[in-house]
Unconditional design. Sequence first.
Length: 213
Amino acid sequence: MLQAVPTNHGELVREQLQSAFIGCGVPQAMLMDHGTPWWSTKAPGGITQLTLWLMKQGIRLHWSGVRHPQTQGKVERFHGALQRALRLRPPYQEPQAWLDAYRLEHNHVRPHEALDMKTPASVWHRSDRKYDPNPPRWEYPPGAKVLKVDSEGKLDAFGMRWRIGKALRGEWVQLEQVQQRVLVYYCQTLVRELDMKTQSSTVVQRWVPQLPT
């Protein structure tokens, strides 16, 4: 999907993603940066209404390193190619018509070295996961330690009161203890790390193994 939109506000982006999920199925995971609308600097955990909606769909979210575009090298390369092509766009051509033509060429016409000179369309397949506009409450694995975040966005666990984030008020999260750390998952996404030694609750700044599904 390549859509011309006036802003990157969360609700507008959600509309585009919803259309993509209906047409292409729901992905297993998404990789994103710390920019709008994927991340909020005003929230302790960075969670926005958009990312909360994505997590409720069972999509596992990963955030790249801060100021580390190399994490998303393929995306950055695509954006670079799109910007170079945009500079050559005829001034009279309507933006969405041009984007549709660019998408057709990129996916169906031009071969890609990373795909052994195949086109993206020839190797792509629709996700089997269907979009649900009203997903049920997430079911964590049997026997998992599951607790509810209170109305202040905090969690009572291990004899302490931990700050999780107001975006998850009233939501159920899973706790997985790894030595002196406790990993906090919402649905399938790692959202917080509790350090038992320092008694601190922090945003996860590094890649860690995901829970088995």
